[in-house]
Design a protein around this ligand. Sequence first.
Ligand code: ADP
Ligand code: MG
Length: 551
Amino acid sequence: MEKIDGASLMARSLKQQGVDYMFGIVGFPVVGTAFAAQKAGITFIGMRNEQSASYAAQAASYLTGRPQACLTVSGPGVIHAFAGLANAQQNCWPMILIGGASPVYQNGMGGFQEERQVQLAAPYCKYAHAIEHTERIPYYVEQAVRYAKFGRPGPVYLDFPDDIIRGQVDEEKVVQAATVGESPRTQADPEAVEAALSALESAERPLVIVGKGMAWSQAENEVREFIERTQLPFLASPLGKGVLPDDDPLSVGAARSTALKEADLIVLMGARLNWIMHFGLPPRFRPDVRVVQIDIAPEEIGANVPAEVALAGDGKAIVGQLNRALDNRQWFYPAETAWREQLRGKAQANLEAVQPMIDDESSPMNYYRAYRDIESWLPDDTIIIGEGANTMDIGRTRMVNRAPRHRLDAGTYGTMGIGLGFAVAAAVTNPDQPVVAVQGDSAFGFSGMEIETMVRYKLPVKIVVLNNGGIGGGVGPIEEGKTVPPPILTYGARYEGMMEALGGKGLYVEDPRDLRGALDEAMAFDGPALVNVLIHPRAGRKPQQFEWLTT
Ligand code: ADP
Ligand code: MG
């Protein structure tokens, strides 16, 4: 009778469920699982730290629209990957963590790397389960994939013990599982759809906010039609950027604070009123702001601010419903209103406020000067990864996104360390597109060793390190004999030398006049490249009306 082992059955089940990528680090007891995955046609990417592998798996999931996998060894390997589970949960992104585990027959004995993995994974997951019989692997994989993908997406965990991996079962005893299909596209109550349009018609200062839920639900065509037909001003959340082009004439992203503060009605599309959106509360919003909310998770509706109209369901389906309902209304927001005028004025003023910094040729350069060359250098279809404090915040406003799901950053959880894992995932899943990671020097340090992964797999990622020698602001060179302040890193550290040493291309820039040439050289290089750009240690953002993290 034909037999199959647990490792091969896991690989076959994952492949059946559309898992094409597995990021991980092998060792006891999962080496065979990685080999089996390759044999089943899954691309296995061996990373240098499980945190990065777990970040890569979720970015690959978000970018492909299907849950992808992370594979780790037992105990510490699983624990390291929890960083990714927590990040995916906060971002509402799917991923599957498969954690090797000590054999079931040693449970409780103090086995090698024995740990309470399911119990510890559970709080970070939509679903966490141990596989206790080899023949039931397909059952658990189907369930895990379905939970990760359907409804509000999120991470799932499967515990994969050594004896289950090595177990041999008769093919005819293997439990068969159905293939998980596309996510159900649940529609909103038609009365709520009409109520949403009526609410909009009564608003004087309406604003649409596009979040990453719309990017995930692939609602770009529906959102574009809605904005074109209604002519409503809109802005995107950091990862909602690109669902509609940032440089669309109706985008008011350049007047973000004013748009949020003065809007009398917001249409919240797949975005949460959490810290990123200042909780929807004063002083960042009007106390009486009206909310029309689209979200796949009904329990999210009304979070922090009660929703006047609740549109619970799939973003793509619901904006499609709004568009059909518009057929009977012929309504659009007028071209000339005081609201549009105010937003235009504010956007213009913001632009003028940063222009001197953009034009500043002093050396070492400031962020805005650096971004002037980075923005004009970026090809249109680049997948952009931003990570760091000022580097990411200023990058959000300076690097234009014109396509959906082309931007990844620290996200809802504000995680430092995601950058290179995300970059690896972007390059592996989109081999024909440029991938650029712009990181602060601190951010780069969290996962810098992944440049070896990029060299090994020939991933032509271009990394730009905006190097101010610190976490947040730097101080420049540390004086002899002085205590090193906690936020300080080596000023002028030659990170490009690491890339050179490992087999990629490294370039160092001090003078702003050399930046564009270095970026071009990096892009022309057939492989990973790192451009290390010295930034003035006290360079920062333009003066802000509200301090960071103010409510
Ligand atoms: P952002 O950071 O872009 O504001 P959030 O992560 O805060 O985005 O919010 C995204 C929201 O999108 C979550 O509340 C999630 O439930 C929702 N969401 C996820 N998938 C869908 C979908 N298919 N349709 C509508 N909303 C969705
Ligand atoms: Mg820094």
